[in-house]
Every structure is written in C-alpha cells, then in structure tokens.
Design a protein around this ligand. Structure first.
Ligand SMILES: Cc1cc2nc3c(=O)[nH]c(=O)nc-3n(C[C@H](O)[C@H](O)[C@H](O)COP(=O)(O)OP(=O)(O)OC[C@H]3O[C@@H](n4cnc5c(N)ncnc54)[C@H](O)[C@@H]3O)c2cc1C
Length: 325
C-alpha cells in the first residue's frame, strides 16, 4: 500500500521560499509515514540543512542538466516516473506560480486527484487527508478529500507554521528517468525583480494601491510607507492593466493570492475579484474616502479619509515609532 508524503518544490541557488519549511511541517503533522523532499537545479543540495531542520526523512536532488532550467513537461514526466519508486500516498506542492503550473500536470500523468491552494491539511480518524480550501472567490471554505490512491495538494504560503524538527535526512542517489523529447519547452531566461522588492506571496506586510491613487507617480507614497514598514507593494488589477505598476503587483482572482499578517488596501474599492486574493490576510486595513466602499465590510480596521493626507501622516508616525524602538 502506498505510504508517505513526497514534498516537491523549487529553489534558487540553494535558497528556498518560506513555504518550504511550512509544507514540511504540514507533511510531518499528517503522520502518513516517511517524508521525502525533492528539488531541482543548481544549488539544490544546498537546501539539505533546511530540509533536515524541518524534519525531512529523505531527500532527492536533481541538480544536473536538464534540470537546471524549468520545463513543465520535462519536470512533470520525470516526477511521474519517480513516484512509483517512492510510492507515496500524498504529494505536496507549494501553491506558488511554479507549483500551480507543475502540480496539475503531475496529477494528470499519475491519474491522481488534486486539490489546489489548500489552507490547511489534516488526517482524519480514518487516515484520510482532509484539506480546507477557499471556494466562491474566497467567500466560503470547503473541506475536501481526494479519493484517488495518490492524493495531491498544493499548499498556500504563509498560512501554516514552520515548526523545526531536526533530523539527518538520508540523501537518495536516484537518477531521474528522462523520457525522449520530454523537455519540449524550457525557461530560457530568468529576470530577477529589482533587489529590495519583496515577493508578495511571501510578504508579512503588504501595502496595496488602487485607482484611488489617481496617477502612477502617486505610488511613490506607497513605496515610502512600505519602506518604513518593511512591506511589499501590491495593487488592484486596473492599475496594473493601465501600466501604473508591473503586472507582478496585481493581486486578486486573476493575479496573486496573498496571505500577509497585515494588508493595507489604499484607494481600493474591494471588488469581489480583488477580495479573492486577500482573504488569507490576518488583518485588513482599509483607507478609502468613501464610507460605503465594500472594502470596509471585510476590513478589521478602516480609515475613512483622503489617502493623500492619511498615507504621509501614517508614514511619518511609523517612522517616529521605529526611530524610538
Ligand atoms: C473576470 C474579472 C477578473 C478580475 N480580476 C481582478 C483581480 O484579480 N484583481 C483586482 O483587483 N480586480 C480584478 N477585477 C476588477 C475588479 O472587478 C475591479 O474593477 C477592481 O478591483 C477595482 O479596482 P480599484 O479598487 O483599484 O478601483 P475602483 O473600483 O475604481 O476603486 C477606487 C477606490 O478608491 C477610492 N478613492 C478614490 N479617491 C480616493 C482618495 N483620495 N483617498 C482614498 N480613497 C480614494 C474610491 O472611493 C474607490 O473605492 C476583475 C474583473 C473581472 C471582470
């Protein structure tokens, strides 16, 4: 009978996202047997210490060509060929752009069911894994089980706690099976966002702006607030569509799904498509001059006022507090 959890994730030169320790902690909590971690590309083996710290029992690194450049088809084929060797009952991916691309392809090749963007996972008394995931654009939460022998889940970042459980993982030296012509499309270039810009899906605080900012140059107000708070800057969709900010800022149903501790919605009305991307936020702070704006229905704290007055004052106050502490 299949047993154990296989955690599959991406890394960059030995650096892993926050979500990796979080998923390893989830994998251990499921109590489904051996936890195996698989990652790819240059620097993959440098993640060994982190994987050991968060309780991986065994690890597998495919650092060699052609795994140095991401290929949806190539990676999916190689993973599907590996799975029978490990024979896990559960496979976990991060619900990052990478995991969202790869997990359905692997599920299809394995004939396995997939539940995406899960907030939490638990094992019930019958040893089934039950996932909680948002539905109806985040308006409700559903508990789902996957009823195929292999159950695949992608897990949203910033929701689960990373709990250390130091171990010395066994390093498996299993070469990948690379099917002929499976690396049909590969990533040929990778451009890093400018240094100092925080990744939205990993950020603890996000300052996000919408059409209420009136013009692209006014985003500098949010940059200043974000700088003193150590926050990332995001946006609603129309301002990204209009080119005020890069598309990587766009949050919502058709953009990034974020789960920070604090989300500042500045000059954002709170359309349902925007709320779909922020429902995982612990606290929402709305700043809007329309007291009837829908964002106030979901906000924990609200300021009814002109953002052009409120944001500079808030930035100044945070700066003073930081200077004292
Ligand atoms: C299929 C589909 C998918 C979509 N996906 C997304 C998505 O992923 N993400 C997304 O964001 N949207 C998405 N949208 C668009 C969405 O419906 C809204 O149109 C959009 O979120 C509104 O953006 P906004 O809040 O910036 O602008 P607006 O709705 O125009 O709101 C601007 C707000 O600023 C306030 N304001 C104005 N001046 C000031 C001031 N001086 N001080 C303070 N407040 C001020 C106003 O009161 C208003 O509430 C989608 C739409 C469709 C149809």
């Amino acid at each position: 009978m299949s047993e154990g959890v296989l955690v599959i994730f991406d890394q960059n030169q030995g650096q892993v996202r926050h979500v990796v320790p979080e998923i390893l902690s989830v994998a251990r909590e499921l109590d489904q047997g051996t936890v195996t971690a698989l990652t790819f590309g240059t620097g993959a083996s440098e993640t060994l210490d982190t994987l050991g710290e968060y309780g991986a029992d065994q690890v597998l690194f495919w650092e060699q060509e052609p795994f140095t450049r991401y290929s949806s088809d190539g990676f999916a084929d190689a993973i599907a060929a590996l799975v029978p060797q490990i024979d896990p009952s559960v496979i976990l991916f991060p619900a990052s752009a990478w995991g969202k691309d790869l997990s359905p392809r692997v599920a299809e090749l394995l004939g396995a069911g997939l539940a995406t963007d899960c907030l939490t996972l638990r094992t019930d008394t019958s040893h089934h894994v039950i996932a909680t995931r948002p539905v109806y654009a985040g308006k409700a939460l559903a508990e789902v089980a996957v009823e195929t022998p292999i159950q695949i889940f992608s897990v949203r970042p910033n929701i689960n706690k990373a709990i250390p459980d130091p171990k010395k993982p066994k390093v498996l030296d299993w070469p990948p099976h690379i099917a002929d012509n499976s690396f049909r499309a590969v990533v040929v270039e990778r451009r890093e966002v400018q240094s100092g810009v925080k990744e939205l899906t990993e950020a603890d605080i996000i300052v996000s702006g919408g059409r209420g900012l009136k013009a692209p140059e006014n985003f500098k107000l949010l940059d200043q607030l974000a700088e003193v708070l150590g926050a990332a800057v995001g946006s609603s969709r129309p301002v990204a569509d209009d080119g005020w900010v890069p598309h990587s800022y766009h949050i919502g149903q058709t953009g990034k799904v974020v789960s920070p501790t604090v989300y500042f919605a500045v000059g954002i009305s709170g359309a349902i498509q925007h709320l779909a991307g922020i429902s995982g936020s612990k606290y929402i702070v709305a700043i809007n001059n329309d007291p009837e704006a829908p964002i106030f229905k979901v906000a924990n704290y609200g300021v009814v006022g002109d953002l052009f007055q409120v944001i500079p004052l808030l930035t100044e106050e945070v700066r003073k507090i930081k200077a004292i502490s």
